[in-house]
Design a protein around this ligand. Structure first.
Ligand SMILES: Nc1ncnc2c1ncn2[C@@H]1O[C@H](COP(=O)(O)OP(=O)(O)OP(=O)(O)O)[C@@H](O)[C@H]1O
Length: 549
């Protein structure tokens, strides 16, 4: 019959000269006695302290423990293959077990099958203010707050990497049931004390990721029912107000609209707003990047194809973009970059709204509203023979100009607040505070990349914000994408304003010039004073007087 693992099968006490003082059980076996008399075997056993021994095809662990003036040798039955291998392969198996039990960063609690404490590692005892062995034999629920080891024993289900609140701090714990011959004999709980900062950092990261997932889920939900109305178009500057009022008037009509504006000004948002404000808002808004359409694919993309129209085609056939936009809006972005052959094909559809699938036998009517956008000057392209005049007329009965950011710098504070809120929300951080100096600095820039560039700069500043504050330095120090301001003087408020007193006009111009110089010299007041030909004390006086810089 197989012995039960761990059961003591023999004991021996050796005197310091190696002679046997007492032996019982397996230790009395003649073969074992001769092993104990063998100096080399005993030296190895002493060295390992814990090692395996096979006798009559049964395995035992041999533990050698020094006593005063003698040695105790304990022989226990060993059935676990993994433990045998471990003892057989590792010279310092004993030291590993010792380490596991005393590791100050990885504490352990063992409970028996009744969820009573069998063992608490020393570091854990200290953590709970227990004296050595004090908890042994007590129900674990009485000893450790929020423990779930009793549940593990009851259910046999492990819980790995859970957060447990203990004595005022959060710890990462793992709890696993221990089985023998399929029966649950207890459970082990382990607590990671290692680098609480690392664990906290990990927890923060997980938290931030969860927030991010939540944000994207909200975004995705919002995208499905996206209002993309005027609310998404941030800005109340006169230029934006004009644009919004135009959109409200144009949106309800089914007439084609051409949106013109520099890159990054928000043309796509404007196109969405047109759709959402129109009676077509519940049908699809289909977006097509006209520049990316190769002439070879354009027909199948735009007009679709019938089943089996060509080799490699989807067996069921496919709807083209115009068909997908039926009842809704089709938005052709970058129309100025559309190849000439594609322009010809597009023109045919726009003439009568008739679409014919590849492989189809008759064209049919599709109801769509056409919105196009470009950052190029189409009239120039027509002049150069790169854009068809007839197509230009078709797409531009109404054209809207989206103003560049430099013509609406008063929108910058609102845009900055909007982007910061968005990026902070995405990462689960509080929204940083923006100092006046930062806004003033941003309002000085030329913004060739328009709102897209502003958005990137704000996201970058969010990363470099110090103590939750964003100052002009945050941008100056961390960005190389700013170009010197080219904003004309009349747009910077350098020109006199009628109806304003001489003093106030002079004050404003003075403030503008100082502000510009401060930005140019990255806040170096000595250079600013030199350049403007004023004393440093006068510069400080201006700054002290609270000039809006
Ligand atoms: N008024 C606005 N309010 C809030 N965000 C805006 C606004 N205008 C533009 N944006 C943002 O700026 C970025 C660029 O906008 P969009 O892609 O619409 O520009 P675009 O004019 O279509 O650029 P391109 O010509 O390069 O395609 C987007 O992230 C958009 O959300």
């Amino acid at each position: 019959m197989e012995a039960e693992s761990g059961v003591v099968e023999g004991l021996a006490v050796l005197k310091s000269d190696g002679s046997v003082l007492y032996s019982t059980g397996l230790a009395g076996d003649q073969r074992v006695r001769s092993l104990m008399a063998d100096k080399a075997w005993m030296a190895s056993a002493r060295h390992h302290r814990l090692q395996s021994l096979t006798l009559d095809r049964r395995s035992y662990s041999v533990l050698v423990t020094p006593m005063r003036g003698a040695e105790l040798i304990v022989f226990s039955a060993l059935t676990g293959q993994a433990v045998l291998e471990f003892l057989g392969s590792v010279d310092f198996a004993y030291d590993i077990l010792e380490h596991l039990l005393t590791d100050p960063f990885d504490a352990m609690t063992v409970v028996d099958g009744e969820a009573r404490v069998a063992y608490v590692s020393p570091v854990h005892e200290r953590f709970f203010g227990l004296s050595r062995g004090e908890a042994n034999g007590r129900p674990v629920r009485e000893v450790i707050e929020n423990t779930r080891l009793d549940k593990i024993v009851a259910t046999g289900l492990p819980e790995v990497g859970e957060i447990q609140h203990m004595r005022g701090s959060e710890r990462v714990v793992s709890r696993v049931p221990i089985r023998r011959d399929g029966r649950i004999v207890g459970a082990v709980g382990r607590v990671m004390f290692k680098g609480p900062q690392q664990v906290e950092a990990l927890a923060r990261r997980v938290n931030a990721l969860e927030n991010e997932v939540r944000f994207y889920k909200r975004e995705a939900a919002a995208l499905r029912t996206r209002s993309y109305g005027l609310d998404e178009l941030i800005g109340e500057s006169p230029a934006m107000q004009r644009l919004k009022s135009e959109l409200t008037k144009i949106a309800p009509l089914s007439i084609p609209v051409l949106i013109h504006g520099e890159s990054g000004t928000g043309k796509e948002l404007v196109a969405h707003a047109l759709h959402r404000l129109s009676p077509r808002r519940d049908a699809t808004h289909v977006m097509v990047n006209a520049a990316a359409l190769p002439a070879t694919l354009v027909e199948s993309e735009l007009f679709g194809y019938e089943p089996g129209a060509f080799t490699g085609a989807d067996r069921k056939g496919r709807k083209g973009k115009f068909e997908q936009a039926a009842g809704g809006t089709i938005f052709l972005d970058e129309i100025g970059d559309m190849p000439m052959e594609v322009q010809a094909k597009l023109l045919r559809v726009l003439q009568d709204h008739m679409v014919e699938r590849i492989g189809g036998d008759r064209p049919y009517q599709v109801d769509f509203r056409l919105v196009t956008a470009t950052n190029r000057n189409l009239q120039d392209l027509v002049g150069q023979g790169q854009f068809r005049l007839d197509l230009y007329y078709r797409i531009s009965p109404i054209s809207i100009e989206v103003p560049p950011l430099r013509r609406r710098i008063d929108d910058i504070p609102q845009l900055v607040a909007h982007f910061l809120k968005e990026v902070a929300g995405r990462h689960g951080y509080p929204v940083p505070e923006v100092e006046e100096s930062a806004l003033a600095y941003l309002m000085e820039q030329a913004w060739p990349g328009n709102i897209r560039q502003l958005r990137h700069e704000v996201e970058r500043a969010f990363v470099f914000a110090e103590n939750g504050r964003i100052s002009a330095d945050t941008f100056v120090g961390h960005s190389d994408s700013f170009v010197p301001p080219v904003v004309p003087p009349e747009e910077r408020g350098l020109l006199p304003r009628r109806g304003e007193s001489l003093k106030s006009n002079l004050g404003r111009v003075e403030a503008e010039l100082v502000r510009e110089a401060l930005v140019r010299h990255k806040g170096n007041k000595k250079r600013v004073a030199e350049e403007l030909g004023i004393s440093r004390s006068y510069l400080y006086k201006l700054l002290d007087e609270g000039m809006r810089l």
